[in-house]
Design a protein around this ligand. Structure first.
Ligand code: PMP
Length: 398
């Protein structure tokens, strides 16, 4: 009999020579169970997706309830679909006035595409400014503003009129000019290995964008939905973007993204041409029901309030001579080692020991730690002990 493992390699397009190849049979809360019956702690939430854990009962119930009504009815923007309406309402109740209009997409990269198109329409300009080591997705518009040439070079030509600035460089902000349509930035650079903005940096960019009539796009696809201790990271900075991007945990485990702006900006998509951005499945009813239920879980159980305490437990444990730096933003964390090889060995060992961790695209020497926000203090203790044991074993191997 041919195993699923063989069929996976034969029939699923591969994107690397060394996929993780875990065959998970079931997931619940922070745990994954493979077909051999091994249990793993998911310390990366499927890359920042399962913020309320896997198969949260309230999310499952909301999906089941929606299934009694309909799945797909019509392409985006035509019918009044109550899961879309009620999620957009809940979301905008928790956002500033100028972020009152939600365009639902299928994914994060499509949210980036939509935001870039919107910025062109609103400003009548074409230049985009982004940052070294920024990640906004893998479609060609998003790739054009990605901050690392290695991932882009094989796909050129990409969009013209893009410019990269060094993150946290105050002086470079002057390169934002009246030619710029938008600045797109992750307020915390996630794939760069959790790089936080220096005090005053984002507000300086905000000021320059205002002076030059440039739209400011915050990509909170990893930092949004409670991950850093507030619903959105920008709340901690007192800086409001013109366009906000959400995805990943935004769908509660189902595929959903959004670009969010003012009602006035969004009207640009309604004319010349009409249907300025179009998607068949964006805002799918099940995905909206799921995302809204996950957001309600965040709010109801005030998971954000517990994050600081949980972060401190990680801080307390994760000390070792092989660790160069530990960067944290709530439960978005990067454990930096002195070299990539060591990191990858430790990751392998962790997985063998039942702990799912990973590396970052632009920081292969850093270990990604981003557990479901529902993780308990006791579970953090257990996870950290496994992690330290794995570091110790690899250290002893020389
Ligand atoms: N922006 C950021 C900050 C991301 O981390 C990602 C995904 N890693 C994306 C955009 C793209 O999202 P998706 O994979 O859903 O297209």
């Amino acid at each position: 009999m041919i195993s699923d493992r063989q069929l996976f390699l034969r029939h699923l397009a591969q994107t690397s020579d060394h996929p993780m190849m875990l065959e998970i049979e079931r997931a619940a809360g922070i745990y994954l169970f493979d077909i051999q019956g091994n249990k793993y702690i998911d310390l990366i939430s499927g890359i920042n997706v399962s913020n309320v854990g896997h198969l949260h009962q309230k999310v499952v119930l909301a999906i089941e309830e929606q299934l009694k009504h309909y799945m797909h009815l019509m392409v985006y923007g035509e019918f009044i679909q109550s899961p879309q309406v009620s999620y957009a309402r809940l979301l905008t109740e928790h956002l500033p006035e100028k972020l009152s209009s939600v365009y639902f997409t299928n994914s994060g990269t499509e949210a980036t595409e939509g935001a870039m198109k919107l910025a062109k329409r609103v400003t009548g300009r074409t230049e985009f400014i982004s940052f070294f080591k920024s990640y906004h997705g893998h479609t060609q518009g998003a790739l054009s503003v990605m901050g690392d040439e290695y991932w882009k070079q094989a796909y050129r030509p990409l969009l013209p009129d893009t410019r990269l600035l060094p993150f946290n460089d105050f002086k470079a902000i002057e390169l934002i000019t009246e030619d710029t349509a938008a600045v797109i930035i992750e307020p915390i650079q996630a794939e760069a290995g959790v790089i936080l903005p220096q005090a005053g940096y984002l507000s300086k960019i905000r000021g320059r964008c205002d002076d030059m009539g440039v739209l400011l796009i915050f990509d909170e696809i990893q930092t949004g939905m409670g991950r850093t201790g507030t619903l959105f990271f920008f709340e901690q900075q007192g800086v409001v973007p013109d366009i906000l991007l959400l995805a990943k945990s935004f769908g509660g485990g189902l595929p959903l993204g959004a670009f969010i702006s003012s009602h006035q900006n969004m009207t640009a998509l309604t004319h010349d041409p009409v249907l300025g951005h179009l998607t068949t499945f964006g805002g799918n009813a099940l995905c909206c029901a799921s995302g809204k239920a996950a957001m309600e879980v965040l709010l109801k159980y005030d998971l954000m309030a517990e994050i600081k305490g949980k972060q401190e437990i990680f801080n307390h444990w994760l000390k070792h001579k092989r660790i160069k730096q530990f960067r944290v933003a709530g439960l978005l964390m990067a454990l930096e080692f002195y070299d990539e090889r060591f990191n990858k060995e430790v990751i392998k060992k962790c997985i063998e020991n039942g702990l799912i961790v990973d590396w970052f695209l632009f920081a292969p020497e850093c270990m990604r730690i981003a557990p479901p926000l529902t993780i308990t203090q006791e579970e953090i203790n257990i996870a950290c002990k496994i992690l330290l044991r794995s570091i110790e074993t690899v250290s002893n191997q020389g």
